[in-house]
Design a binder for this molecule. Sequence first.
Ligand code: NAD
Ligand code: IPM
Ligand code: MN
Length: 353
Amino acid sequence: MADKIAVLPGDGIGPEVMDEALKVLHKTEEKFSFKLEIEKGLIGGAAIDATGHPLPEETQKLALGSDAVLLGSIGGPKWDNLAPELTPELGGLLALRKLLSLYINLRPAVVYEELKESSPLSPKVLSGKVDLLTVRELAHGIYFGQPKKLTDEEAFDTMIYTREQVEQIAHVAFRQAKMRRGKVTSVDKANVLSSSKLWRKVVIEVAKDYPEVTLEHMYVDNAAMQLMLNPLQFDVILTSNLFGDILSDESAAICGSLGMLPSASLGAEISLYEPAGGSAPDIAGQGKANPIAQILSLAMMLETSFEKVEAATAIRKAVDKVIADGHRTGDIAKAGDEIISTSSMGDLICSFI
Ligand code: NAD
Ligand code: IPM
Ligand code: MN
Protein backbone atom coordinates (compact mmCIF):
# COMPACT_ATOMS: atom_id res chain seq x y z
CA MET A 1 0.00 0.00 0.00
CA ALA A 2 1.24 3.50 -0.84
CA ASP A 3 2.33 5.75 1.98
CA LYS A 4 -0.38 8.27 2.74
CA ILE A 5 -0.21 11.95 3.58
CA ALA A 6 -2.89 14.20 4.98
CA VAL A 7 -2.81 17.58 3.27
CA LEU A 8 -4.34 20.39 5.32
CA PRO A 9 -4.10 23.67 3.37
CA GLY A 10 -5.89 25.78 6.03
CA ASP A 11 -6.42 29.51 5.70
CA GLY A 12 -5.11 32.65 4.03
CA ILE A 13 -2.04 31.92 1.94
CA GLY A 14 -2.09 28.28 3.13
CA PRO A 15 -4.04 26.93 0.11
CA GLU A 16 -1.98 29.08 -2.30
CA VAL A 17 1.41 27.83 -1.12
CA MET A 18 0.09 24.30 -0.69
CA ASP A 19 -0.89 24.18 -4.38
CA GLU A 20 2.73 24.91 -5.26
CA ALA A 21 4.08 22.31 -2.84
CA LEU A 22 1.77 19.70 -4.37
CA LYS A 23 2.96 20.63 -7.87
CA VAL A 24 6.51 20.11 -6.66
CA LEU A 25 5.56 16.83 -4.99
CA HIS A 26 4.02 15.52 -8.24
CA LYS A 27 7.07 16.55 -10.24
CA THR A 28 9.31 14.81 -7.70
CA GLU A 29 7.15 11.68 -7.76
CA GLU A 30 7.50 11.49 -11.56
CA LYS A 31 11.20 12.05 -11.48
CA PHE A 32 11.99 9.60 -8.68
CA SER A 33 9.28 7.02 -9.43
CA PHE A 34 7.28 6.94 -6.23
CA LYS A 35 3.73 7.85 -5.35
CA LEU A 36 2.19 9.10 -2.12
CA GLU A 37 -1.52 8.79 -1.53
CA ILE A 38 -2.89 12.26 -0.81
CA GLU A 39 -6.05 13.06 1.09
CA LYS A 40 -7.04 16.64 1.79
CA GLY A 41 -8.73 17.76 5.00
CA LEU A 42 -10.03 20.86 6.72
CA ILE A 43 -8.36 22.70 9.57
CA GLY A 44 -8.53 26.17 11.14
CA GLY A 45 -10.91 28.83 9.90
CA ALA A 46 -11.79 26.85 6.79
CA ALA A 47 -12.90 24.00 9.04
CA ILE A 48 -14.83 26.34 11.34
CA ASP A 49 -16.73 27.77 8.38
CA ALA A 50 -17.56 24.32 7.01
CA THR A 51 -18.19 22.36 10.21
CA GLY A 52 -18.18 24.71 13.21
CA HIS A 53 -14.96 23.22 14.62
CA PRO A 54 -11.30 24.08 13.87
CA LEU A 55 -10.19 20.43 14.02
CA PRO A 56 -13.19 18.33 12.99
CA GLU A 57 -13.26 14.67 13.95
CA GLU A 58 -12.86 13.76 10.29
CA THR A 59 -9.56 15.66 10.14
CA GLN A 60 -8.38 14.03 13.36
CA LYS A 61 -9.12 10.59 11.88
CA LEU A 62 -7.43 11.56 8.64
CA ALA A 63 -4.27 12.72 10.43
CA LEU A 64 -4.15 9.64 12.66
CA GLY A 65 -4.65 7.38 9.63
CA SER A 66 -1.82 8.99 7.62
CA ASP A 67 1.94 8.49 7.64
CA ALA A 68 2.60 12.24 7.76
CA VAL A 69 0.71 15.52 7.66
CA LEU A 70 1.55 18.48 5.43
CA LEU A 71 -0.01 21.66 6.75
CA GLY A 72 -0.37 25.11 5.17
CA SER A 73 -1.29 27.69 7.77
CA ILE A 74 -4.26 28.59 9.92
CA GLY A 75 -5.95 31.63 11.35
CA GLY A 76 -7.07 35.10 10.39
CA PRO A 77 -8.99 38.08 11.70
CA LYS A 78 -12.35 36.48 10.90
CA TRP A 79 -11.84 33.86 13.64
CA ASP A 80 -9.86 35.87 16.23
CA ASN A 81 -12.69 36.52 18.67
CA LEU A 82 -14.04 33.03 19.21
CA ALA A 83 -13.77 31.23 22.55
CA PRO A 84 -10.06 30.28 22.90
CA GLU A 85 -10.59 26.54 22.50
CA LEU A 86 -12.53 27.14 19.27
CA THR A 87 -9.93 29.35 17.57
CA PRO A 88 -7.90 28.05 14.62
CA GLU A 89 -4.76 28.43 16.79
CA LEU A 90 -5.71 26.62 20.01
CA GLY A 91 -8.55 24.43 18.79
CA GLY A 92 -6.94 23.70 15.41
CA LEU A 93 -3.16 23.73 15.21
CA LEU A 94 -2.23 23.28 18.88
CA ALA A 95 -4.85 20.56 19.23
CA LEU A 96 -3.41 18.78 16.20
CA ARG A 97 0.14 19.00 17.59
CA LYS A 98 -1.14 17.58 20.88
CA LEU A 99 -3.14 14.86 19.14
CA LEU A 100 0.01 13.69 17.36
CA SER A 101 2.24 14.13 20.50
CA LEU A 102 4.61 16.42 18.65
CA TYR A 103 7.08 17.79 21.17
CA ILE A 104 9.91 18.61 18.76
CA ASN A 105 9.87 21.50 16.32
CA LEU A 106 12.87 21.89 14.04
CA ARG A 107 13.20 25.23 12.26
CA PRO A 108 16.33 25.46 10.11
CA ALA A 109 17.33 28.97 9.03
CA VAL A 110 19.87 29.37 6.27
CA VAL A 111 20.84 32.64 4.63
CA TYR A 112 21.34 32.09 0.91
CA GLU A 113 24.36 33.94 -0.42
CA GLU A 114 22.23 35.57 -3.14
CA LEU A 115 19.63 36.70 -0.61
CA LYS A 116 21.99 38.52 1.71
CA GLU A 117 20.78 41.79 0.25
CA SER A 118 17.21 40.87 1.24
CA SER A 119 18.26 40.44 4.86
CA PRO A 120 17.78 43.45 7.14
CA LEU A 121 21.23 42.71 8.57
CA SER A 122 24.27 44.45 7.19
CA PRO A 123 26.85 42.66 5.00
CA LYS A 124 29.31 43.13 7.87
CA VAL A 125 27.11 41.05 10.20
CA LEU A 126 26.52 38.48 7.43
CA SER A 127 30.20 38.03 6.64
CA GLY A 128 29.88 34.22 6.81
CA LYS A 129 27.09 31.72 6.19
CA VAL A 130 24.26 31.83 8.71
CA ASP A 131 23.05 28.25 9.18
CA LEU A 132 21.22 27.76 12.45
CA LEU A 133 18.62 25.36 13.70
CA THR A 134 16.03 26.25 16.30
CA VAL A 135 15.00 23.20 18.31
CA ARG A 136 11.80 24.37 19.90
CA GLU A 137 9.93 22.39 22.56
CA LEU A 138 6.44 22.13 21.09
CA ALA A 139 4.07 20.23 23.35
CA HIS A 140 4.38 21.87 26.76
CA GLY A 141 5.39 25.10 28.46
CA ILE A 142 3.15 28.14 28.65
CA TYR A 143 1.15 27.13 25.57
CA PHE A 144 -0.36 24.15 27.32
CA GLY A 145 0.29 24.56 31.10
CA GLN A 146 -2.78 24.39 33.34
CA PRO A 147 -4.44 26.29 34.86
CA LYS A 148 -5.31 28.92 32.30
CA LYS A 149 -7.96 31.55 32.78
CA LEU A 150 -9.51 34.23 30.63
CA THR A 151 -12.16 36.63 31.89
CA ASP A 152 -12.56 40.35 31.33
CA GLU A 153 -11.09 41.01 34.77
CA GLU A 154 -8.28 38.52 35.06
CA ALA A 155 -6.33 36.25 32.77
CA PHE A 156 -3.35 33.96 33.17
CA ASP A 157 -1.35 31.16 31.63
CA THR A 158 0.95 28.74 33.40
CA MET A 159 4.49 27.95 32.32
CA ILE A 160 5.35 24.43 33.44
CA TYR A 161 8.24 22.19 32.49
CA THR A 162 9.01 18.85 34.07
CA ARG A 163 12.46 17.30 34.16
CA GLU A 164 11.35 14.63 31.70
CA GLN A 165 10.03 17.13 29.17
CA VAL A 166 13.25 19.13 29.22
CA GLU A 167 15.39 15.98 29.00
CA GLN A 168 13.49 14.81 25.93
CA ILE A 169 13.93 17.99 23.93
CA ALA A 170 17.50 18.56 25.14
CA HIS A 171 18.56 15.15 23.81
CA VAL A 172 17.11 16.11 20.43
CA ALA A 173 19.12 19.33 20.35
CA PHE A 174 22.39 17.64 21.34
CA ARG A 175 21.91 14.90 18.74
CA GLN A 176 21.26 17.55 16.08
CA ALA A 177 24.35 19.48 17.15
CA LYS A 178 26.48 16.32 16.84
CA MET A 179 25.41 16.10 13.18
CA ARG A 180 26.10 19.81 12.65
CA ARG A 181 28.80 22.07 14.07
CA GLY A 182 28.72 20.76 17.61
CA LYS A 183 27.29 23.69 19.53
CA VAL A 184 24.07 24.10 21.51
CA THR A 185 22.92 27.47 22.80
CA SER A 186 20.19 26.87 25.35
CA VAL A 187 17.97 29.91 25.62
CA ASP A 188 15.97 30.54 28.79
CA LYS A 189 15.07 33.21 31.34
CA ALA A 190 16.71 31.48 34.28
CA ASN A 191 17.46 34.78 36.00
CA VAL A 192 13.72 35.16 36.63
CA LEU A 193 11.57 32.13 35.81
CA SER A 194 11.47 28.96 37.91
CA SER A 195 10.61 26.88 34.85
CA SER A 196 13.80 28.23 33.25
CA LYS A 197 15.90 27.47 36.34
CA LEU A 198 14.89 23.81 36.08
CA TRP A 199 15.36 23.95 32.28
CA ARG A 200 18.96 25.12 32.66
CA LYS A 201 19.79 22.57 35.38
CA VAL A 202 18.44 19.67 33.32
CA VAL A 203 20.13 20.83 30.10
CA ILE A 204 23.48 20.92 31.95
CA GLU A 205 22.90 17.34 33.11
CA VAL A 206 21.91 16.09 29.64
CA ALA A 207 25.02 17.77 28.16
CA LYS A 208 27.19 15.29 30.09
CA ASP A 209 26.10 12.59 27.61
CA TYR A 210 27.50 14.67 24.75
CA PRO A 211 31.07 15.66 25.64
CA GLU A 212 31.78 16.48 21.99
CA VAL A 213 29.11 19.20 21.97
CA THR A 214 29.76 22.66 23.42
CA LEU A 215 26.94 24.01 25.55
CA GLU A 216 26.30 27.67 26.11
CA HIS A 217 23.43 29.34 27.96
CA MET A 218 21.83 32.61 27.01
CA TYR A 219 18.96 34.60 28.47
CA VAL A 220 16.21 35.09 25.92
CA ASP A 221 16.42 38.88 25.86
CA ASN A 222 20.12 38.73 25.06
CA ALA A 223 19.52 35.92 22.55
CA ALA A 224 17.07 38.11 20.64
CA MET A 225 19.75 40.76 20.47
CA GLN A 226 22.63 38.39 19.69
CA LEU A 227 20.69 37.02 16.72
CA MET A 228 20.76 40.52 15.25
CA LEU A 229 24.33 41.35 16.25
CA ASN A 230 26.04 38.09 15.42
CA PRO A 231 23.86 35.29 14.04
CA LEU A 232 26.99 33.42 12.93
CA GLN A 233 27.68 32.42 16.54
CA PHE A 234 24.67 30.06 16.57
CA ASP A 235 24.50 26.44 15.50
CA VAL A 236 21.62 24.84 17.44
CA ILE A 237 19.32 27.00 19.55
CA LEU A 238 17.53 24.86 22.13
CA THR A 239 14.56 26.56 23.70
CA SER A 240 11.05 26.37 25.08
CA ASN A 241 7.77 26.63 23.21
CA LEU A 242 7.15 30.38 23.48
CA PHE A 243 10.76 31.54 23.20
CA GLY A 244 11.25 29.25 20.17
CA ASP A 245 8.18 30.68 18.51
CA ILE A 246 9.56 34.19 18.84
CA LEU A 247 13.21 33.51 18.05
CA SER A 248 12.40 31.40 15.00
CA ASP A 249 10.46 34.28 13.41
CA GLU A 250 13.53 36.39 14.10
CA SER A 251 15.73 33.79 12.44
CA ALA A 252 13.40 33.92 9.42
CA ALA A 253 13.79 37.68 9.18
CA ILE A 254 17.56 37.23 9.06
CA CYS A 255 17.03 34.96 6.03
CA GLY A 256 15.05 37.69 4.30
CA SER A 257 11.49 36.49 4.91
CA LEU A 258 9.23 34.28 6.97
CA GLY A 259 8.32 32.80 3.60
CA MET A 260 11.72 31.06 3.55
CA LEU A 261 11.44 29.17 6.87
CA PRO A 262 10.22 25.55 6.81
CA SER A 263 9.62 23.39 9.85
CA ALA A 264 9.15 19.82 10.97
CA SER A 265 7.14 18.91 14.04
CA LEU A 266 8.11 15.49 15.33
CA GLY A 267 7.66 13.31 18.37
CA ALA A 268 5.76 10.12 17.79
CA GLU A 269 5.02 8.16 14.65
CA ILE A 270 3.13 10.69 12.58
CA SER A 271 5.00 13.91 11.92
CA LEU A 272 3.66 17.27 10.82
CA TYR A 273 5.42 19.54 8.34
CA GLU A 274 4.43 23.19 8.44
CA PRO A 275 5.98 26.46 7.33
CA ALA A 276 6.95 28.58 10.33
CA GLY A 277 4.90 31.52 9.11
CA GLY A 278 1.19 32.06 9.27
CA SER A 279 -1.75 32.73 6.99
CA ALA A 280 -0.44 36.22 6.08
CA PRO A 281 -3.85 37.93 5.77
CA ASP A 282 -2.12 41.05 4.42
CA ILE A 283 -1.16 39.31 1.18
CA ALA A 284 -3.63 36.39 1.02
CA GLY A 285 -5.50 35.84 -2.22
CA GLN A 286 -3.18 38.02 -4.28
CA GLY A 287 -0.64 35.50 -5.58
CA LYS A 288 2.08 37.27 -3.62
CA ALA A 289 3.03 34.61 -1.07
CA ASN A 290 6.41 32.98 -1.21
CA PRO A 291 5.83 29.21 -1.47
CA ILE A 292 9.43 28.27 -0.61
CA ALA A 293 8.82 27.64 3.12
CA GLN A 294 6.01 25.25 2.19
CA ILE A 295 8.09 23.57 -0.49
CA LEU A 296 11.07 23.15 1.87
CA SER A 297 8.68 21.74 4.50
CA LEU A 298 7.68 19.18 1.86
CA ALA A 299 11.37 18.35 1.39
CA MET A 300 11.73 17.85 5.15
CA MET A 301 8.72 15.51 5.02
CA LEU A 302 10.07 13.43 2.14
CA GLU A 303 13.41 13.06 3.87
CA THR A 304 12.29 12.53 7.45
CA SER A 305 9.04 10.58 7.14
CA PHE A 306 9.64 8.69 3.87
CA GLU A 307 13.43 8.43 3.56
CA LYS A 308 13.29 9.99 0.09
CA VAL A 309 16.61 11.70 0.55
CA GLU A 310 17.33 12.04 -3.16
CA ALA A 311 13.94 13.64 -3.80
CA ALA A 312 14.39 16.06 -0.89
CA THR A 313 17.86 16.98 -2.13
CA ALA A 314 16.49 17.61 -5.63
CA ILE A 315 13.87 19.97 -4.20
CA ARG A 316 16.46 21.87 -2.17
CA LYS A 317 18.75 22.14 -5.20
CA ALA A 318 15.87 23.47 -7.30
CA VAL A 319 15.19 26.10 -4.64
CA ASP A 320 18.91 26.99 -4.59
CA LYS A 321 18.75 27.38 -8.37
CA VAL A 322 15.72 29.71 -8.48
CA ILE A 323 17.33 31.86 -5.82
CA ALA A 324 20.71 31.85 -7.58
CA ASP A 325 19.01 32.76 -10.88
CA GLY A 326 17.43 35.80 -9.24
CA HIS A 327 13.75 34.79 -9.22
CA ARG A 328 11.98 36.66 -6.45
CA THR A 329 8.54 36.86 -4.89
CA GLY A 330 7.85 40.28 -3.36
CA ASP A 331 8.99 39.40 0.16
CA ILE A 332 12.56 38.62 -0.94
CA ALA A 333 12.83 41.15 -3.77
CA LYS A 334 15.03 44.19 -3.54
CA ALA A 335 14.45 47.47 -5.38
CA GLY A 336 14.48 46.96 -9.13
CA ASP A 337 13.92 43.17 -9.05
CA GLU A 338 11.16 41.73 -11.18
CA ILE A 339 8.57 40.26 -8.83
CA ILE A 340 7.04 36.92 -9.71
CA SER A 341 3.85 35.30 -8.43
CA THR A 342 3.41 32.39 -6.05
CA SER A 343 2.54 30.04 -8.91
CA SER A 344 5.39 31.21 -11.14
CA MET A 345 7.79 30.48 -8.30
CA GLY A 346 6.28 27.00 -7.94
CA ASP A 347 6.52 26.40 -11.69
CA LEU A 348 10.15 27.51 -11.78
CA ILE A 349 11.09 25.22 -8.91
CA CYS A 350 9.35 22.33 -10.71
CA SER A 351 11.26 23.13 -13.87
CA PHE A 352 14.57 22.64 -12.05
CA ILE A 353 13.67 19.24 -10.61
P1 NAD B 1 2.13 35.75 9.56
O1 NAD B 1 3.24 34.79 9.70
O2 NAD B 1 0.90 35.27 8.90
O3 NAD B 1 2.64 37.05 8.78
C1 NAD B 1 3.67 37.90 9.26
C2 NAD B 1 4.28 38.67 8.09
O4 NAD B 1 5.05 37.76 7.31
C3 NAD B 1 3.23 39.26 7.16
O5 NAD B 1 3.67 40.51 6.68
C4 NAD B 1 3.16 38.26 6.03
O6 NAD B 1 2.77 38.81 4.79
C5 NAD B 1 4.61 37.74 5.97
N1 NAD B 1 4.66 36.37 5.47
C6 NAD B 1 4.40 35.23 6.13
N2 NAD B 1 4.51 34.17 5.35
C7 NAD B 1 4.84 34.64 4.13
C8 NAD B 1 5.09 34.03 2.86
N3 NAD B 1 5.00 32.71 2.70
N4 NAD B 1 5.41 34.83 1.82
C9 NAD B 1 5.52 36.16 1.97
N5 NAD B 1 5.29 36.80 3.13
C10 NAD B 1 4.95 36.04 4.19
O7 NAD B 1 1.83 36.28 11.04
P2 NAD B 1 0.65 37.20 11.60
O8 NAD B 1 0.26 38.23 10.59
O9 NAD B 1 1.10 37.59 12.91
O10 NAD B 1 -0.56 36.20 11.79
C11 NAD B 1 -1.60 36.01 10.83
C12 NAD B 1 -2.42 34.78 11.20
O11 NAD B 1 -1.62 33.61 11.03
C13 NAD B 1 -2.84 34.76 12.67
O12 NAD B 1 -4.15 34.25 12.72
C14 NAD B 1 -1.88 33.81 13.32
O13 NAD B 1 -2.38 33.18 14.47
C15 NAD B 1 -1.66 32.82 12.21
N6 NAD B 1 -0.41 32.05 12.27
C16 NAD B 1 -0.49 30.75 11.90
C17 NAD B 1 0.65 29.98 11.85
C18 NAD B 1 0.54 28.57 11.39
O14 NAD B 1 -0.44 28.20 10.81
N7 NAD B 1 1.54 27.75 11.59
C19 NAD B 1 1.88 30.56 12.16
C20 NAD B 1 1.93 31.90 12.53
C21 NAD B 1 0.77 32.65 12.57
C1 IPM C 1 3.88 28.92 14.75
C2 IPM C 1 2.64 29.71 15.08
C3 IPM C 1 1.80 28.96 16.10
C4 IPM C 1 2.62 28.82 17.36
C5 IPM C 1 0.43 29.58 16.41
C6 IPM C 1 -0.35 29.91 15.19
C7 IPM C 1 -0.36 28.70 17.31
O1 IPM C 1 2.96 30.99 15.51
O2 IPM C 1 3.77 27.77 14.34
O3 IPM C 1 4.97 29.47 14.89
O4 IPM C 1 2.67 29.75 18.18
O5 IPM C 1 3.23 27.76 17.55
MN1 MN D 1 5.04 31.51 15.23
